[in-house]
Design a protein around this ligand. Structure first.
Ligand SMILES: N[C@@H](CCC(=O)N[C@@H](CS)C(=O)NCC(=O)O)C(=O)O
Length: 230
């Protein structure tokens, strides 16, 4: 059994979508990041960067339990465990790794900053809004161009699409319009229509954040509580 330490955010949904696509048995363990559960010592033991998602698989590669943090590492682990959604041929595998690293290093962090400065920052800082909105637009353009060459980011549908799609669901908050990126839009709609994706997205969908965090929640996520040394 795989326990998924989860909250309904783009990085969390990568894992529930992947598990649904792969048909691996799992259960969701909520980590309420708005109320500071990510800082509990028992969670820090499996996720030292105090972020979800993380997993514990009771049946690791050597038959013993294994814990993994960082969504990209979790997706690679699940792909290897299931033998699904990652090319095995060396050339295609490295190509998939390139686009997975691009998601982890650019798509997630930059779109996250665009969302943050446009919606969550206590003051509107025009320089930061422009910088990250422009960077988000540039990244959408890179994805659109890639998808004019191949149907999915790694050629066939894979964990790379599963890593990328949940971030693009927030395109409006990132200041982007899918109509400006026709190949990306075609890909987005194909992924959105997959039943396993919809099942993965159903977890705790009533808890998806609709309003910017305020007060104590803001302190936990972006203020003093976040930056305490642990
Ligand atoms: N690089 C990490 C990022 C994970 C991440 O940023 N998680 C956020 C939610 S999407 C979180 O747990 N935030 C809580 C906090 O920062 O205290 C991954 O891909 O797993």
């Amino acid at each position: 059994m795989i326990d998924v330490y989860f909250w309904p955010t783009p990085n969390g949904y990568k894992i529930t979508i992947a598990l649904e696509e792969m048909g691996l048995p799992y259960r969701v363990v909520p980590i309420d990041i708005s109320h500071g559960e990510q800082f509990k010592p028992e969670f820090l033991k499996i996720s030292p960067n105090n972020k979800m998602p993380a997993i514990i698989d009771s049946d690791g590669p050597d038959g013993k339990p294994i814990s993994i943090f960082e969504s990209g590492a979790i997706l690679l682990y699940l792909a290897e465990k299931s033998g699904k959604l990652m090319p095995t041929d060396a050339r295609r595998r490295y190509n998939a790794l390139e686009w997975l690293m691009f998601q982890m290093a650019s798509v997630g962090p930059m779109l996250g900053q665009a969302h943050h400065f446009r919606r969550y920052a206590p003051e509107q800082i025009q320089y930061a809004i422009d910088r990250y909105t422009n960077e988000a637009r540039r990244i959408y353009g890179v994805i659109d161009k890639r998808l004019s060459e191949v149907p999915y980011l790694a050629g066939d549908y894979s964990i790379v699409d599963i890593a990328t799609y949940p971030w693009l669901r927030h395109h409006r908050a990132q200041g982007q319009n899918l109509a400006d990126f026709p190949q990306l839009k075609r890909w987005y709609e194909a992924i959105e229509g997959r039943p396993a994706v919809q099942r993965g997205l159903a977890h705790m969908s009533d808890q998806v954040r609709r309003e910017p965090p305020k007060g104590e929640e803001w302190e936990i996520l972006f203020g003093k509580k976040q930056f305490e040394r642990r």
